[in-house]
Design a protein around this ligand. Structure first.
Ligand SMILES: Cc1ncc(COP(=O)(O)O)c(C=O)c1O
Length: 380
């Protein structure tokens, strides 16, 4: 089976350096918030091009704490998308805020700026775009909108490590950016991990306290805090992997380019990076004309021993935990159509030429069979 992603392949490609880093931590006797985490935070902040990074236990916590750090709480609204990982919305509710979900743009699959405008109310505190699949959301108008309405802009960069908008990395545009280092991410550790990046000292200071019981430097709780720390083992792994992130993003882009060239087929909508952005292809997502075709394609690919996925099959506002509670302020029809017709192809840097060819050959075969089936039905 060709997997849809493979954190194991990524580990194996770097195993001597990762094993050495892990041994270093094991023998240091320092396992939580030590030199590896401090060094990773510095290196990651430099990589993104911001002043501060704060490691957290995972990406959901990173978002929860970032929202708390800017003062989001009960009664506040945070505008985000319904076409995202449930974590985006779950973290918003962890911060006691009300998520207001808006539609996405059909080409980029990211936040539709015109819909954000319609969703702003007197209770809106922050705008939370998601750089889904590695495609940066349209940040310039969002920065403007946030400024005009005196709102915070928090970027969900969990799927977009290293992606750029107008040459500048995502995470450095808003008041803060959050990252997940879940194993399958472009920068993934060997367990859970996350980080918040920001240029703002006040936000950074608050995050440092919030991730550890609200402590100040004398371990006195000045704020009502939490426990969400990036551990030394994960930080050491991330330091190794960070030095290969650009090279791995480049490999993803090359795979995407082969897919682009081989899959320009009738009935298939290919991903199209938006102008002035660098897409880092966390996912390579196609769109079919109808749900039935997409579902048939998934089974066909499985029959060819190729794993595919759907990111995400049910929009948040239609999921049982949210459906009855989420207020719809704008139409979410693009989100609903997209969820029914998308499919994510295998995408990870270690995917080899033979495997890529198997994927493209299977897809071409599927659409050729459909075409001849339709032609023969049409001629009878
Ligand atoms: C868009 C998005 N936001 C947030 C998260 C949350 O990250 P984590 O799984 O590390 O909590 C994820 C990861 O699944 C994600 O894809």
């Amino acid at each position: 089976m060709i997997p849809q992603n493979s954190p194991l392949a990524n580990y194996l490609s770097l195993s001597p350096a990762i094993d050495e880093a892990l041994q270093r931590v094991v023998h240091s006797g320092h396992y939580i918030l030590g030199p590896e985490t401090a060094a990773f935070e510095k290196e990651f902040a430099e990589y993104i091009g911001v002043r501060h990074a704060t490691g957290t236990g995972n990406g959901t916590d990173a978002l929860h704490l970032a929202l708390r750090a800017i003062g989001v709480g009960a009664g506040d609204e945070v505008i985000t998308v319904s076409h995202t990982a449930v974590a985006t919305v779950a973290a918003t509710e962890l911060a006691d805020a009300t998520p207001i979900l808006v539609d996405i743009d059909l080409r980029s699959y990211t936040m539709d700026v015109t819909q954000v405008q319609k969703a702003i109310s007197s209770r809106t505190k922050a705008i939370l775009p998601v750089h889904l699949y590695g495609q940066p959301a349209d940040l310039a108008p969002l920065v403007r909108l946030a400024k005009d309405h005196d709102l915070y802009l928090i970027e969900d960069c969990a799927q977009a490590h290293g992606a750029r908008y107008h040459g500048k990395k995502v995470g450095s545009w808003g008041d803060a950016g959050i990252f997940s280092f879940y194993p399958t991410k472009n920068l993934g550790c060997l367990g859970d991990g996350g980080a918040v990046v920001t240029n703002r000292w006040d936000i950074h200071q608050k995050l440092v306290a919030l991730r550890q019981y609200g402590w100040d430097s004398s371990r006195s709780s000045q704020l009502q805090g939490f426990n969400s720390r990036l551990d030394e083992m994960q930080a050491a792994v991330l330091r190794v992997k960070l030095t290969h992130l650009d090279e791995n993003n480049e490999k993803r882009a090359q795979i995407a380019s082969v897919y682009d060239q081989s899959l320009d087929l009738d009935g298939v909508v290919l991903p199209k990076p938006m102008p002035q952005t660098t897409h880092v292809y966390h996912q390579y997502v196609l769109r079919c004309a109808e749900r039935s075709i997409r579902d048939e394609l998934i089974s066909f690919m499985r029959g060819r021993h190729i794993q595919t996925a759907i990111h995400y099959p049910v929009p948040i506002h239609l999921q049982p935990a949210y459906a009855k509670r989420i207020e719809r302020r704008t139409s979410l029809s693009v989100t609903e159509t997209v969820a029914e017709t998308i499919i994510s192809l295998p995408m990870y840097p270690e995917l080899n030429r033979g495997e890529i060819e198997k994927v493209t050959a299977a897809l071409r075969d599927f659409f050729a069979r459909r075409k001849s089936r339709n032609a023969s039905q049409g001629s009878t």
